[in-house]
Design a binder for this molecule. Structure first.
Ligand code: IPM
Ligand code: MN
Length: 354
């Protein structure tokens, strides 16, 4: 099992080093041959190589089964040219590996519920999965750019049927394993791309008669996610809508510091990363919550190595630690433990629960 860690920027190093401890303990307990390597990516790579996604890192990815990514970005790169922005590296990583399938589970933990800005009863036991298309749509559509005197700009939202049906099929399959309810989010009242999205999802759904498919406009979906999130189970949507809705959904649970994600292609290769960003304001203080990254390791075992048992083992250990009242600063301003203490508590619990 060859895992490449790209710590990246800001809090990235702190969260990935806790995740590495988890990899080590899992490797020991399950007697797995896990090999970990490290690469430069994002702003740090810009500083060293003048590009966010250096060839050396590309080569290392080729030699690995999965990538664990911390976070990229920082205020010092905000005004950099496009090819020197950390985000450009992230988009190239997704595109070059064809990671079209982005899985973002939105699970609420009892312990963080009081930190949510919505009422407790609306989010108790919330368990939603957002499936976001990740390599097409307005993020990548051509033509794009500015006119010659920079007084006008344009982007193109574009999808073809193949790109829509492959993600619809995944979402339908997942819904079948869960509550058999799928909501596809679009803007078909305005956009042709969304009309194609809707009819293509419907065509895929013909083979999934047992799944109840519904459609919702994205503006309404944003409202419904706040007003009545538990009506949703699996949500499937295009790239930009998925970006926005997943940030919205992540704070429902009280802390964005808890939620992992997986970006996958058809070969089982995946890039696993916390949903939160590089959080430069708290970087280097040993206060960031490492749980989102540790759960990203859990997803790595689940998706790339097909080890659902290890996924559940890590998830249960995290839940136990929270239940015992151990919180990082995002969850408890008054009495909290550090990033590294949280990592230690979780690996101890992983050993206990084996
Ligand atoms: C995300 C991020 C990225 C995106 C940025 C950093 C390019 O917001 O993964 O959601 O927009 O996809
Ligand atoms: Mn985002």
């Amino acid at each position: 099992m060859k895992i490449l860690i790209l710590p990246g920027d800001g809090v990235g190093k702190e969260v990935t080093s806790e995740a590495e401890k988890v990899l080590n303990i899992i490797s020991k307990l399950y007697k797995l041959d896990i090999r970990v390597d490290f690469g430069f990516f994002g702003g740090e790579a810009v500083d060293i190589y003048d590009t966010p996604f250096p060839d050396e890192t590309k080569q290392k990815i080729k030699n690995s089964d999965a990538v664990l990514l911390g976070a990229v970005g920082g205020p010092q790169y905000d005004n950099a040219s496009k090819e020197k922005k950390p985000e450009t590296g992230l988009l190239e990583l997704r595109k070059s590996l064809n990671l079209f399938l982005n899985v973002r589970p939105i699970i609420s933990f009892r312990e963080s519920i009081d930190y949510s800005s919505v009422k407790k009863e609306l989010i108790e036991d919330l368990d939603i999965v957002i499936i976001r298309e990740l390599v097409s749509g307005i993020y990548f559509g051509e033509p794009r750019g500015f006119n010659s005197d920079f007084t006008e700009a344009h982007n193109t939202m574009r999808y073809n049927q193949k790109e829509i049906s492959r993600i619809a099929d995944y979402a339908l399959n997942l819904s079948r394993e869960r509550s058999k309810k799928l909501c596809s989010v679009d803007k078909a009242n305005v956009l042709e791309v969304s009309q194609l999205w809707r009819t293509t999802v419907e065509e895929s759904a013909v083979n999934f008669k047992d799944v109840a498919l519904s459609h919702m406009y994205v503006d309404n979906a944003a409202m419904q996610l706040v007003q009545n999130p538990k009506q949703f189970d699996v949500i499937v949507t295009e790239n930009l809508f998925g970006d926005i809705l997943s940030d919205l959904a992540s704070v429902l649970t009280g802390s964005i510091g808890l939620l992992p994600s997986a970006s996958l292609n058809n070969d089982g290769f995946g890039v696993y990363e916390p949903i939160h960003g590089s959080a430069p304001d708290i970087a280097g203080k040993n206060i960031v919550n490492p749980i989102a990254t540790i759960l990203s390791v859990a997803m790595l075992f689940q998706h790339t190595f097909k080890r659902a048992d290890i996924y559940h083992h890590i998830l249960e250990s995290v839940k136990f630690v929270l239940k015992e009242g151990k919180y990082t600063k995002d969850l408890s301003e008054v009495k909290f433990i550090s990033t590294s203490e949280m990592g230690d508590c979780i690996i101890q619990k992983i050993e206990e629960l084996k």
